[in-house]
Design a protein around this ligand. Structure first.
Ligand code: FAD
Length: 195
């Protein structure tokens, strides 16, 4: 299976980076093909500009968007890995979605007014870390909110089938053994989801 991982964290030694490494290790051990787009390392431009709208409308997709869309097209499975910042996607990866999942590429409106889901057939996974304890996010409904806005609002909107969403809470406060358990869960998930 062909996997595209879109990863967003400014620190190459972050725990999120360890998650990406663990996920890739498991996938490759199973013989999957993997491409990682490290948005900070690439210095991806997240700002959807007026010029982008015009170029997209005229069918002249800007080259940086086109490159990312080719990766999305290639993939059977699409995974985003990022920390929760202000209860959502960090601006850089939000901007990736704004620019890459463009009208006519990820979705379109049909003549009947209904949404055409142009990325149908792909599977989608999200892996998030956050600082708030998991019990608080469960109790307050934050997990449902994050799931609805990302899995439903982004993936399902474009036809990507959400196959999982891992949330790891209290990441900065817990000890190393607890974080190793989280990395094990990531590896196990890669195996159980993508045989
Ligand atoms: P890091 O800080 O990189 O690492 C955490 C710990 O893991 C460190 O001690 C590190 O040394 C250790 N580590 C690194 N690699 C490994 C490894 N291989 N094995 C074991 N340990 C390792 N949290 C919320 O809950 N809700 C919010 O709305 C929210 N908003 C935020 C907004 C901003 C702008 C910022 C900066 C943070 C926010 N946070 C929020 C907190 C944030 O989500 C967490 O700090 C983040 O998810 C932790 O993940 P990390 O990869 O950044 O951890």
């Amino acid at each position: 299976m062909k996997h595209l991982i879109v990863y967003c964290h400014p620190n190459p030694d972050s725990f999120n980076n360890a998650i990406v490494d663990a996920f890739i290790g498991s996938l490759k051990a199973k013989g999957h093909e993997v491409v990682v787009r490290d948005l900070y390392a690439m210095e991806f431009d997240p700002v959807l500009k007026g010029d982008d709208f015009e170029a997209l409308r005229e069918g002249n997709t800007p080259s940086d968007i086109k490159t990312e869309q080719e990766h999305v097209k290639w993939a059977d499975a699409f995974t985003m890995v990022y920390p929760i910042w202000w209860t959502g996607l960090p601006a850089l990866i939000k901007g990736y979605v704004d620019r890459v999942f463009s009208y006519g590429f990820a979705y379109a409106y049909g003549e009947d007014g209904n949404i055409r889901k142009l990325l149908a057939g792909k599977k989608g996974l999200i892996i998030n870390t956050h600082g708030t304890p998991a019990e608080i996010y469960s109790k307050t409904g934050m997990y449902e909110g994050l799931t609805i806005t990302s899995d439903t609002g982004i993936y399902e909107f474009c036809g990507i089938e959400p196959v999982g969403h891992l949330f790891f809470g209290s990441v900065p406060q817990i000890d190393d053994a607890a974080r190793q358990e989280m990395l094990k869960e990531v590896k196990d998930k890669a195996v159980s989801l993508f045989e």
